[in-house]
Design a protein around this ligand. Structure first.
Ligand code: HEC
Length: 119
């Protein structure tokens, strides 16, 4: 009897885990078209959660988009200019993305990390 219960327990565990993973994977694309651009162009450095890779944060000074102080201190126009022209280790996206996409990336994606998600 105990064996059956533990087998059921393991099954439930795997169902929950696989459900949890797949729902996370679709979440980003479900947020709308601009998130597909974020995923394609920005995610590798800034990550899905906007905090930036650990390595990137220490070596390249990637800002943590979920930091309230950082969000409060930067204007939309400054961020749009940074994304368009590039900033130090970040490439510029002018010409590669449309102006609307760059504006949306800042106003929709970058700003969505503020206030901190999941905290
Ligand atoms: C090659 C890695 C890399 C990619 C790809 C990248 N970034 Fe960055 N990003 C950085 C780094 C590094 C910084 C910090 C620049 C600095 O202040 O020295 C940064 C800074 C920023 C900032 C803050 C700029 C400021 O004025 O402080 C924003 C906003 C930003 N990135 C948005 C984006 C968006 C949107 C994309 C996708 C279109 C993107 N990044 C793609 C590396 C990257």
């Amino acid at each position: 009897m105990e064996k059956i219960i533990s087998i059921i327990g393991v099954c439930v565990f795997f169902v929950l885990v696989s459900y949890g993973c797949s729902s996370k994977q679709t979440a980003l694309s479900e947020k709308g078209g601009i998130w597909a651009v974020y995923e394609r162009e920005c995610r590798k450095c800034h990550r899905v959660n906007g905090k930036g890779s650990l390595f990137g944060r220490f070596i390249f000074k990637i800002p943590n988009f979920t930091n309230t102080k950082w969000q409060d201190n930067v204007s939309d126009s400054r961020l749009i200019i940074s994304v368009a022209n590039g900033k130090k280790k970040m490439p510029g996206y002018k010409g590669k993305l449309t102006d609307e996409e760059i504006v949306d990336l800042v106003k929709v994606c970058v700003r969505s990390f503020y206030p901190p998600q999941g905290q």
